[in-house]
Design a protein around this ligand. Structure first.
Ligand SMILES: [Zn+2]
Length: 93
């Protein structure tokens, strides 16, 4: 996947995790599309309205999960991690 410049958000840290009205999409496009791929591969995507955690990608048969953060340092990297998790657990369910 393509690498993005990191750390250009420029808004400071800590306050950008807003809950939006239609809360089931991740605000970062790269992550949202990785989550879509995870779901398409049969993994479970769960939301957690915590402070920093957006939710989890869960492989039920393996009882493994990957934490998805609201404000990762690099959305591209985080998307890659989700893709890795997805590829590892694709077809387990
Ligand atoms: Zn699995």
């Amino acid at each position: 996947m393509d690498r993005r410049l990191k750390g250009r958000s420029g808004r400071g840290v800590g306050s950008s995790c807003r809950t939006m009205a239609r809360g089931d999409r991740h605000q970062k496009k790269d992550i949202e599309s990785a989550l879509k791929r995870a779901e398409a591969a049969g993994l479970k995507v769960t939301r957690d309205k915590g402070k920093h955690r957006w939710g989890f990608v869960i492989c039920c048969p393996c009882n493994k999960n990957h934490v998805v953060y609201c404000t990762p340092q690099s959305a591209g990297d985080e998307g890659n991690k989700i893709d890795n998790f997805t590829n590892r657990h694709r077809g387990h369910s």
